[in-house]
Design a protein around this ligand. Structure first.
Ligand SMILES: NC(=O)c1ccc[n+]([C@@H]2O[C@H](COP(=O)([O-])OP(=O)(O)OC[C@H]3O[C@@H](n4cnc5c(N)ncnc54)[C@H](OP(=O)(O)O)[C@@H]3O)[C@@H](O)[C@H]2O)c1
Length: 699
């Protein structure tokens, strides 16, 4: 409302008081405004003056122009197996076997070579039948008991064949069994090996059927096997002595090929055999312009379910859908959303900025004409989720689309992560996806969209559960699409401004550059109407390309190098502007190692001054940031630290002392550079004439 008390004077002032919490990311902001003259007399009073953020149309079209370099997909290329010398010839072979002819003949082949084979089957409880035959139940205790027997033995291989012939999970019982013999079985096995202090290198080979779409001729895909293979990536990253690798087979794969792969295929994380040929993964550029369109739309009066709907990304997509048409939105989360009658009070007096942003976002959806309802439900709880869908079906008759955005961030090493925590990350994505699909089978949905992460491709220390859960989503999208129910799965990089990456302080550039909310939504807009199943959105980061655990196509490497060279200009300038203030040492003297470590800490923690005796955790570090810190330190002090050293030497001073014992030699760098040469240097980088290391040296 506006009250005018007297005519406006030639010179006057306006005093603005922001009424909401002042959240920088909010889409709307509300003010009270008082206009006063020079003597302070009030001329005009405006209450509840609301402004709304609008997207810059010019920027948008620029982003659109760049879209061709922002989409990727996984492809598979043929690569024969090099048969060198077998390394681990001695030692027993522990086989987790399935009731399958191929699995039995593989065991026979190893026996023929005179190997001692220990056969392990899954049963109701742990039992030792004889020296070479055991039964384990699907729980951690049972696996612990089994592994204790081989504490003193040299194990050359552990062959995990339980997923040799995985079937479709039509019922919840089959789904649960698949999970226990799949991802949970590797979780139990890894922990049993770690707790039994296996110091020797163990080659763990997982064989499973059709986790990936390799030739596009597969008729069925097994998401449970994919989750197992996802976890395997992280086991290997967290514990290099546990050399976990996966072989994805089809029904035509010969026992001979599996045997050769077990013995000679050590260097490969994941291979696939299809119709007798061997394949490895490759990340490729996807030309989105050339992907055909699909007839999909947001319908007027359509009913759309967003799980994790009051989470940060869920809310963005609620606004996106509401902006397209007049719709009914059901937002599903475990926590109970405040009752509507309390919203006004919360907006005016509550200190919780996140909650205020959630309410404002829902109000924004409603102001676009949407009807929004919030449901408190765990999407992995069969009975309560069923009730919600029954209610939605009763109310609206039919559901038109689902965005499955519910997720829990992974945090912590497998050795420290108990089963409840591990499962809490798997459940929304694995059990939740399976149930959402089953409870909406009759709806003939226009879309079923899954929010996965780039972690399913590159894993990450501390991300075992999260990687397995997202790998399940990737495969589920193919599985469901092959059943005639089109599904889209998006592998997002870290979102820069909102969401769980911000909550955990990992919203920085990694293997992919962190993505802004605007670019993410724009990217989504570009693919929503396309006939596509799995897609990576974002920008690869040249800096990390060497660390990438899958091959990157040559075309993509060239594109990435060129586009990153432009971005580097900004980063390099920034690098030179970052001055870190150190404190804590007598006379304020800091050695080279302390200064190097401090630069890395400052970058990871986002601070500019550090006491060298303050612990990483006191300065705001957490276990997710510890992983980032380790990655950054590894670049500077290659192979001198392992992840546990972050916990053992938690201050800069302690870590520096420890590194000194490693006898490292810090080279004093030149710190000045001629900015006028920068363009030339970057041009050379783009053309491959100089390397990034050389640039680092120059700068
Ligand atoms: N943010 C990123 O950078 C990023 C990057 C890659 C992928 N992703 C994926 O994008 C999705 C959304 O992430 P976000 O950043 O929006 O995270 P967020 O803000 O933490 O939101 C996730 C939401 O999921 C809900 N949820 C978790 N478990 C649930 C369950 N069992 N049943 C129902 N709801 C559940 C949570 O609410 P309650 O706790 O109340 O249940 C929360 O509101 C996630 O799947 C995430 O893995 C995010």
């Amino acid at each position: 409302s506006i009250e005018v008390y007297s005519q406006i004077t030639k010179e006057c002032y306006s005093y603005l008081r922001r009424k909401d919490r002042g959240d920088a990311n909010a889409e709307v902001a509300t003010f009270d405004i008082v206009v006063v003259d020079n003597s302070g007399k009030v001329l005009i009073e405006v209450t509840d003056y609301t402004i709304k953020k609008v997207r810059n149309a010019h920027q948008k079209s620029e982003k659109m122009a760049k879209k061709t370099e922002s989409f990727y997909q996984l492809g598979w290329i043929k690569k024969g197996l090099k048969q060198g010398e077998e390394v681990s010839k001695k030692g027993i072979i522990l086989v987790f076997k399935s009731e399958d002819d191929k699995s039995s003949s593989l065991i026979r082949e190893f026996k023929k070579q005179g190997r001692r084979i220990i056969e392990v089957s899954i049963g109701e409880e742990y039992k030792k039948i004889d020296e070479n035959t055991y039964i384990v139940a699907s729980n951690e205790r049972s696996y612990m008991k089994l592994i204790t027997n081989f504490h003193e033995e040299k194990i050359s291989y552990i062959l995990h064949l339980l997923n040799f012939n995985m079937h479709d999970s039509e019922t919840i019982e089959q789904f649960n069994r698949g999970k226990l013999t799949g991802v949970m079985s590797l979780y139990y096995l890894t922990r049993a090996l770690l707790f039994n202090r296996f110091r020797q290198k163990v080659d763990i080979v997982l064989v499973g059927n059709q986790a990936n779409e390799v030739t596009k001729r597969e008729t069925i895909i097994n998401p449970q096997v994919a989750a197992l293979f996802g976890l395997a990536k992280v086991v290997r990253q967290e514990y290099p002595k546990l050399q976990c690798r996966s072989i994805d087979i089809d029904s035509n794969t010969e026992v001979e090929d599996i045997l050769c792969e077990v013995v000679y295929g050590e260097e490969c994380n994941l291979v696939a055999y299809r119709e007798g040929e061997r394949y490895v993964e490759e990340l490729q550029k996807l030309d989105i312009e050339n992907v055909s369109k699909r007839d999909v739309k947001i319908r007027s009066n359509g009913v759309y379910v967003i799980t994790g709907g009051t989470g940060d990304i869920g809310l963005e997509f609620g606004k996106y859908i509401a902006g397209k048409n007049k719709v009914h939105l059901a937002l599903l989360n475990r926590s109970k959303f405040p009752e509507r009658q309390n919203w006004k009070e919360i907006l005016e007096h509550n200190e919780d900025i996140k909650l205020i942003r959630k309410i404002q976002s829902i109000q924004e959806m409603e102001s676009s004409g949407a009807e929004v309802s919030c449901y408190s439900v765990d999407v992995s709880d069969e009975n309560t989720l069923k009730d919600v869908f029954e209610e939605l079906h009763q109310k609206y008759g039919k559901i038109n689309g689902i965005i499955h955005s519910a997720g829990v961030a992974g945090d912590g090493l497998l050795i420290t992560k108990d089963e409840n925590v591990f499962q809490s990350v798997l459940r929304p994505k694995m059990d939740g996806t399976w149930m959402l699909d089953h409870f909406t089978k009759q709806d003939d949905l226009d879309f079923f969209i899954l929010f996965s992460s780039i972690s399913s491709l590159f894993g990450g220390v501390g991300q075992g559960d999260y990687t397995a859960a997202n790998t399940y989503l990737d495969a589920y999208a193919v599985y469901r699409s092959k059943k005639g129910r089109p599904t889209l799965c998006i592998n997002w990089p870290a979102w820069k401004d909102i969401g769980m990456a911000v909550d955990y302080g990992v919203n920085q550039d990694g293997v992919f550059k962190a993505i802004s909310t605007e670019d993410a939504i724009q990217g989504f807009e570009n693919i929503f109407y396309k006939d596509i199943c799995n897609i990576f959105i974002g920008k690869l980061n040249q800096e990390y390309i060497e660390e990438f655990p899958v091959k990157i196509s040559e075309e993509l490497q060239i594109i990435t190098k060129k586009s990153n060279a432009k971005d580097n200009r900004k980063d390099i300038k920034q690098k030179n502007n970052n001055i870190i203030t150190l404190s804590g040492n007598h006379n304020n003297q800091y050695n080279d190692i302390e200064q190097k470590i401090a630069t890395i800490w400052a970058r990871v923690l986002g601070v500019s001054s550090i006491d060298v005796h303050a612990s990483f955790y006191r300065l705001g570090g957490n276990s997710v940031l510890a992983v980032s810190l380790y990655r950054e330190l590894e670049k500077e002090f290659t192979k001198m630290l392992d992840i546990t050293d972050i916990y053992s030497y938690p201050t800069i001073s302690q870590m520096s002392e420890y590194l000194k014992t490693k006898n490292i030699n810090i080279v004093q760098e030149e710190t000045s550079y001629d900015e006028s040469n920068l363009d030339m240097i970057l041009e050379k980088l783009a053309n491959g004439e100089i390397t990034e290391e050389q640039i680092d040296y120059l700068v």
